[in-house]
Ligand binder design. Structure first.
Ligand SMILES: NC(=O)c1ccc[n+]([C@@H]2O[C@H](COP(=O)([O-])OP(=O)(O)OC[C@H]3O[C@@H](n4cnc5c(N)ncnc54)[C@H](OP(=O)(O)O)[C@@H]3O)[C@@H](O)[C@H]2O)c1
Length: 334
């Protein structure tokens, strides 16, 4: 039997849909009942009868930082997909990020070991991989993490959580790790990449010529399932379909959404001013950061990723980014 954590998030919900289609026996955890509606909505993309499909999953209310709530779920489980995490780039969230992402992953790893789980598939991030000093060299699974860099709080927490999974592998647990870039998928329009679709639809004005990397959520979950079913273990895989400038990405998105593309380039000076103003805004209002120093740096960075390892290992072909943008934009408009 399979356990999915983070089932009420973008990756988890699409993964659950794929697993239900494969007629697998599944348990999933959730924290609040209202978030289950988002899963039903995602299931409506995949099933004629989404409620019947949703009802095939055994849902348990649990938190990754609450061990007793997890203990109840583990009996009968043989395979675990750990997708739950907090995504935030706000330095104010550092303690919570460490708790949920690092300590929460350590809890999952320890329970997997204690319950003799056959295999754990962990969703890490390209943020947990290092960067090359020379940005013309592509980043791969072999690139080393550099703690001296100005890493974001999210990246530090994902690196720390990946370390917990590697520690599990040293203790005899079979693991596979995926390191996706920005994941594009439908159903969650107020967080992650979904909010990018929302911003462009509402008339985003600025672009940068920084390079970002993207992957379709359907490719992410399909690779995860294939890796779980394979004999491959104790390996990590970069999941990137294409590396595009933000200018190209937002303009393709605007075309698909039938709105005006961003027309003004955000200079380094403007972004520097913007993240400082954003810091002041949160300082005086206590509101969540919208643009941190590290986010401003990353949308100007020219680093890019090479995902040939997964393509060769599984003979996998990523969906073209343009096709993904078209499909997700259509869902957004619907
Ligand atoms: N989205 C991306 O672009 C992207 C890119 C690379 C890697 N990733 C990684 O992919 C994974 C899934 O991301 P996502 O995009 O699906 O994120 P998401 O939509 O924000 O979903 C996060 C999931 O984690 C759950 N969660 C958060 N804190 C939890 C806790 N303390 N206990 C139990 N569950 C908790 C959330 O539950 P609630 O519904 O209760 O909040 C939700 O189900 C994460 O590990 C993320 O780091 C994401």
């Amino acid at each position: 039997m399979i356990l999915v954590t983070g089932g009420t998030g973008l990756v988890g919900a699409h993964l659950l849909a794929y697993l239900v289609k494969n007629a697998q026996q599944i348990k999933a955890i959730y924290r609040t009942v209202d978030r289950l509606e988002a899963v039903k909505n995602v299931f409506s993309y995949y099933f004629d009868d989404p409620i019947a499909a949703f009802d095939q999953i055994q849902w348990f209310q649990a938190d990754v930082i609450d061990i007793p709530s997890l203990e109840v779920v583990f009996p009968e489980i043989t395979h675990v997909y750990h997708c739950a995490a907090l995504i935030s780039f706000d330095p104010k969230d550092f303690d919570t990020l460490r708790k949920v992402n690092i300590e929460g992953t350590a809890n999952i790893v320890n329970l997997c070991i204690a319950h003799g789980i056959k295999k754990l598939c962990f969703v890490s991030s390209v943020a947990a991989i290092g960067e090359n000093e020379d940005v013309t060299i592509p980043i791969t699974e072999e690139t080393h993490w550099n703690p001296e860099l100005d890493n974001s709080v999210y990246a530090i927490s994902k690196y720390g959580s990946e370390m917990e999974v590697w520690r599990g592998s040293q203790e005899g647990l079979d693991i596979v790790i995926v390191n996706p870039a920005i994941i594009l998928g439908a159903g969650f329009w107020r967080s992650g990449s979904g909010s990018l679709f929302r911003k462009v639809a509402k008339g985003l004005k600025y672009y940068t010529d920084g390079i970002l990397s993207y992957v379709d959520v359907q490719d992410v979950v399909s690779v995860m399932i294939q890796l779980m079913k394979s004999d491959i273990k104790n390996e990590r895989f970069v999941l990137v379909a294409e590396n595009w400038t933000l200018k190209k990405f937002t303009s393709k998105m605007a075309t698909a959404l039938k709105v005006k593309a961003p027309e003004k380039e955000a200079s380094s000076f403007l972004l520097g001013f913007a993240w400082r103003m954003d810091w002041l805004r949160q300082f005086f209002t206590g509101k969540q950061r919208k643009l941190t120093k590290q986010t401003a740096q990353s949308i100007q960075s020219k680093s890019f990723f090479d995902s040939s390892k997964i393509q060769t290992t599984l003979n996998f072909k990523f969906k073209p980014l343009e096709e993904t943008i078209e499909r997700v934009s259509k869902r957004y408009k619907d």
